[in-house]
Write a protein that binds this ligand. Structure first.
Ligand code: MG
Ligand code: MG
Length: 630
């Protein structure tokens, strides 16, 4: 699989872009004329720079408003083309993209356009140049790839071919299967982009909101399957106009781009088993059967505080690591690990972020296969020396540099708690609070990184994504997106903070980019859990009485029921399926907290409408920075 990316897709100056693109594993770039209009060197120098990075120039673009012009504009368009050919020869590339004419003076007419392309093809052939014709979704006369193909077909010239762009086809809801009847050798180039479903002007949507395949809502894999069926075996290129990417990190955008192409072709290979797809074989997306553990890094004092908090939540101290300062706390199927080692990964995570969740363990079918897929998709594998009595547990780097470990039932990994930990008797056994498992993990990140982690989770694991929702914090919006699997055994909420005055932004800034902001535990009976927690001395986050008035107005609840919710600071929500109950701890440190939830009758959400009340209550608890502890 040969891949390319348009240099406009990422930020930085040309040198930064090329370095990031080459490092991410691309073979080539699309060069826009603007790239060197803003650059000090001429096209010859740009061409040398590209080749010095081990890349090729796969395409030069755009050439606009060419076909179907009346005279004298027609003659001028041919003259302009000759000048573009000069530039291309200096750059060292042989393929130019001509996008369909948007000029109000263009005349239309399939045969007129085909004649223009045949003549230009003659001129291009003399210079060893090829011309690719692309239908813009907002083209004046040609805005559908089927019409562009008809022009290319009638031009009937070996130097004139078709360029397909997933955005232009899918944005206009043209059935991508119509591509299957086009001969693959007449397709000169494929451009790929996804986009979130937004109802807006096509041109504006395209220029500002494109994103990587898999990050948006368009059926890019259906498009690409149709392309693969034609026998096309040329370059796959990303052409992504996105304001956020243009302001983002060149390295991470380039890595995301490459990952998106590998993931896309892996999907196509699975949906078109009879077509040979040039993408490395890898295991299918990994089903996750639950969260096996969450590990905190802390110092001794914080570990003691955390342990006391876990006691009030009904956790027992259950084990001590055979060779390390690592403790195990348990309740139901939940394993919480507290690591106070003075070396190794947890310690370095502590040094950077302070006490934080540094590691998540996921239950998978096959831990080795999971790492194999993650590696194929360009994830960073993690290894550190294994101590005496320890298992080698496969792991990768996740959000905020934290780790994700994989535990399976195929090997000794499933017995990690027996092998690596000695049982301990907990002197002060708390009342079990009925917490059964981790319902969800909430990870906070800068808003710009949300698509990166969305792609990370959805490409490696068998998960889907929900639409993004806005959570109202008094200091600004926080974007929230859910990644979850069908079984509900893996649920992750990604929260994107746009400023540091929001609770999420505050947490992110004060923890220097730590990611897990809350862990939500499941219970089968929220009221029994609330009673047990109270008996253990747990103090829940106090919710404003106004919330309960509002709740009553929204749902018209039974008075006794409403009183029970109010007395226990329990938040309530309902969807088409069932009901949801939420109970929160106060914040610890700079904004980390625990949540306890009960889902009744298959409620699928996360209580988004309650979030603003919860955040307001939590913010009342945050001390202004620099104030003495009381
Ligand atoms: Mg395009
Ligand atoms: Mg939550």
């Amino acid at each position: 699989m040969k891949t390319a990316i348009a240099t406009v897709s990422i930020s930085g100056d040309l040198t930064e872009k090329l370095a990031a693109i080459a490092a991410a594993g691309f073979d080539g770039v699309e060069i826009f004329e603007n790239d060197f209009l803003a650059f000090d060197g001429g096209p010859g120098e740009v061409g040398r720079m590209v080749r010095d990075h081990g890349l090729e120039i796969s395409l030069f673009q755009p050439f606009r408003d060419f076909e179907g012009m009346p005279e004298p504009q027609r003659t001028r368009a041919f003259d302009r083309a000759e000048r573009k050919f000069d530039v291309m020869q200096e750059l060292g590339t042989d393929l130019v993209l001509i996008c369909s004419n948007v000029s109000p003076i263009s005349l239309g007419g399939i045969d007129r356009a085909a004649d223009d392309f045949r003549e230009l093809g003659e001129r291009a052939a003399k210079r060893g140049i090829r011309i690719g014709y692309e239908a813009l979704a907002w083209g004046r006369h040609i805005n559908d790839h089927r019409d562009a193909w008809e022009i290319v077909r009638r031009a009937d010239h070996p130097s004139v071919g078709l360029i397909l762009d997933s955005f232009h086809t899918l944005a206009r809801k043209i059935d991508p299967d119509t591509i299957r009847s086009i001969p693959g050798d007449r397709i000169f180039f494929i451009q790929l982009a996804d986009a979130p479903k937004i109802d807006m002007d096509l041109l504006y949507w395209s220029r500002h909101f494109r994103n990587m395949p898999g990050e948006g809502d368009l059926d890019v894999s259906g498009f690409m399957s149709a392309v693969a069926a034609t026998g096309y075996d040329g370059i796959l290129s990303l052409e992504i106009f996105n304001d956020q990417f243009r302001g983002g990190s060149p390295k991470s955008i380039a890595v995301d781009g490459h990952r998106s192409l590998v993931y896309l072709m892996d999907q196509v290979r699975r949906s078109e088993p009879d077509i040979s797809i040039p993408v490395p074989e890898m295991p299918d997306r990994i089903p996750v059967h639950g969260v096996e553990f969450a590990e905190f890094a802390a110092d001794e004092e914080e570990a003691a505080q955390l342990g006391a908090m876990l006691h009030t939540l009904g956790f027992r101290r259950a084990g001590k690591h055979v060779s390390k300062d690592v403790g195990l706390w348990r309740q139901g199927e939940i394993n919480i690990v507290i690591n106070t080692e003075r070396e190794g990964f947890a310690h370095s995570s502590y040094v950077v972020h302070g006490a934080n969740v540094c590691d998540i363990g996921l239950k998978v079918e096959d831990a080795g296969a999971t790492v194999e897929r993650a590696r194929a998709l360009g994830a960073d594998l993690f290894e550190q020396p294994v101590g005496p009595g320890e298992l080698k547990i496969p792991a990768i780097r996740g959000v905020g540099g934290g780790l994700v470990h994989f535990i399976d039932a195929k090997s000794d990994l499933a017995r990690v708690w027996e092998i690596e930990f000695e049982p301990v008797a907990d002197a002060e056994t708390p009342a079990d609070a009925g917490l059964t498992q981790i319902d969800h993990i909430a990870q906070t990140m800068n808003y710009e990184e949300m698509l990166t982690w969305l792609l990370f989770y959805t490409s490696i694991f068998e998960t889907g994504k929900s639409p993004m929702v806005d959570v109202v914090d008094p200091a600004g919006l926080v974007r929230s997106q859910v990644i979850e699997n069908e079984s509900g055994l893996l649920r992750i909420t990604l929260n994107g903070a746009e400023n540091r005055r929001t609770l999420a932004g505050h947490f992110l800034a004060e923890s220097f980019g730590s990611s897990v902001q809350h862990l939500a535990f499941a219970t089968a009976d929220i009221f029994a859990t609330a009673a047990a927690l109270a008996a253990n001395g747990f103090s829940s986050l106090v919710i404003s009485p106004n919330y309960y008035d509002d709740l009553d107005a929204r749902f018209g609840l039974d008075e006794d029921f409403l009183n029970r919710l109010r007395d226990n600071n329990i938040l309530y929500d309902r969807d088409d399926n069932g009901e949801y109950f939420q109970l929160y701890s106060p914040n610890y440190g700079e904004g980390f907290f625990f949540e306890i939830v009960e889902r009744r009758n298959g409620y699928r959400g996360y209580g988004a409408s309650n979030a603003q009340f919860r955040i307001a209550a939590q913010k009342r608890h945050l001390r202004p920075k620099g104030m003495p502890k009381t």
